[in-house]
Design a protein around this ligand. Structure first.
Ligand SMILES: [Mn+2]
Length: 425
């Protein structure tokens, strides 16, 4: 029996950019350190579980030109593993592709980074015997669009074989299709385990002959990356059968919490509910030491009028953010997104023979007519600065997607109704 650890997408050096606005200083510091500390926890997991080796499947540094600190951290980690008798095998991915100009630094003896091409496989000895065969390829450019799997040599049948690959395997929603391949492609190569990187959540694409899995990233990097993040501890039994266990390594955990304002009557009810949710997140933090929350307020209720004022929402975020900072497990508020509706039945009012009814019917007509939607889209882009409109056109239809357009129209309808209702008073 032996074990190895599969991790990927460490994104060391991720700066979290503009997403840091409005966070207290402590939060900024903790978040910037979190990828490094999550990597430390991967190493701890390897040492605790007495792993024979660690495989790192790309996007280890956040940027190919991200300076020396992430590279040094990688080597420090590999050194700590080597000192514990554990080997490290790594490939670089689309974020940290190997190109001229990368810092030229030594790796400890027991670490091995697979190059961009002409790579040699490595045979790992465990207790003096040849046990595992490893192969991987690093990216030489960010935009790798070839199927790299086709370049993996056929492994010898008598050794346990691991293919380390940073790739979009099968359909990967929300991730670019770099080094595209299918689980069938990989299964046909003869390896026992495919240690994949690129997709940021743990995913087992196939659990038997071969096992094909993404470990996901070790630390959440943006508000959409909610829930636990970590690495896989893989155990290979003497008969070759594989079992794997997920080990949480994240230091800061993200939550998206939706609250229906329907049952809430008073501002105090809202405060109490949101604080309750913050405490629940702190309780459900798993391995993390701090939580970052995004609230999404939805539904129809009397508090809509209060929430329709951006100043109120700003003050609410500030107040809750301060409260959360003082918890034993800090809870920071990333944003409060308001998608609530007035406390009247807009659909019922749509039939009324008054100005509001007329407005609502018109809004509905725009949203349900292809020509109306096309006009709304044109109005949105016409309002933009030319450089933004150009950028948007380059990025494709995704930014003003059908879905986004409907959300904007719905928000516009609610805003219009709010104005007309307050004019009634
Ligand atoms: Mn990545």
């Amino acid at each position: 029996m032996f074990r190895f650890v599969h991790a990927s997408d460490l994104h060391l050096g991720a700066a979290f950019g503009s997403a840091m606005g409005g966070f207290p200083e402590d939060a900024v510091k903790t978040m910037r350190q979190s990828p490094y500390r999550a990597f430390d926890r991967v190493i701890d997991a390897a040492i605790d579980s007495e792993a024979a080796f660690v495989v790192l499947a790309g996007d280890l540094c956040n940027r190919a030109d991200g300076g020396i600190k992430p590279e040094l951290a990688l080597r420090t980690g590999a050194r700590r593993l080597a000192d514990a008798g554990i080997r490290t095998f790594a490939v670089y991915g689309n974020h940290d592709y190997l190109a001229p100009g990368r810092p030229d630094l030594d790796w400890p003896d027991r670490a091995h980074v697979f190059p961009v091409s002409e790579a040699e496989p490595v045979v790992v000895q465990i207790d003096g015997e040849d046990r595992a065969y490893l192969f991987g390829l690093s990216y030489g450019r960010a935009d790798e669009r070839t199927n790299l799997a086709a370049r993996y040599p056929v492994p010898p049948a008598e050794l346990f074989s691991v293919g380390i690959l940073h790739a979009a395997c099968g359909p990967v929603s929300g991730h670019a299709t770099y080094a595209p391949c299918t689980p069938e492609d990989l299964a046909s190569r003869g390896y026992d385990y495919w240690a994949l990187g690129h997709v940021h959540s743990e995913q087992v694409l196939r659990d038997f002959e071969p096992m094909i899995a993404y470990a996901g990233n070790t630390q959440s990097l943006n508000p959409n990356e909610t829930g636990p993040r970590g690495c896989r501890i893989v155990t290979v039994a003497d008969d070759g059968s594989i079992s794997a266990e997920f080990r949480e390594t994240d230091v800061v955990r993200r939550f998206l919490v939706t609250v229906d304002i329907g049952p809430l009557q008073r501002e105090q009810d809202l405060l109490d509910t949101l604080e309750q949710k913050m405490k629940e997140s702190a309780r459900d933090r798993g391995s993390a030491e701090a939580c970052v929350l995004r609230f999404r307020l939805a539904g129809r209720g009397p508090l809509h009028r209060f929430l329709a004022q951006p100043d109120h929402v700003r003050d609410l975020r500030e107040h809750l953010g301060e409260a959360g900072t003082s918890y034993t497990t800090p809870v920071w508020i990333e944003a409060i997104k308001v998608e609530t509706r007035p406390d009247i039945d807009l659909d019922a009012r749509r039939g009324a023979e008054d100005f509001l009814g007329e407005f609502l019917r018109l809004a509905n007509a725009v949203a349900s007519d292809p020509e109306g939607l096309a006009n709304a889209r044109k109005m949105l882009t016409d309002q933009m600065k030319p450089e933004h409109a150009r950028l948007l056109a380059q990025l494709g239809p995704g930014l003003v997607s059908e879905d986004a357009l409907h959300r904007y129209l719905q928000a516009a309808e609610v805003l219009g109704a709010d104005h007309l209702l307050s004019a009634d008073d």
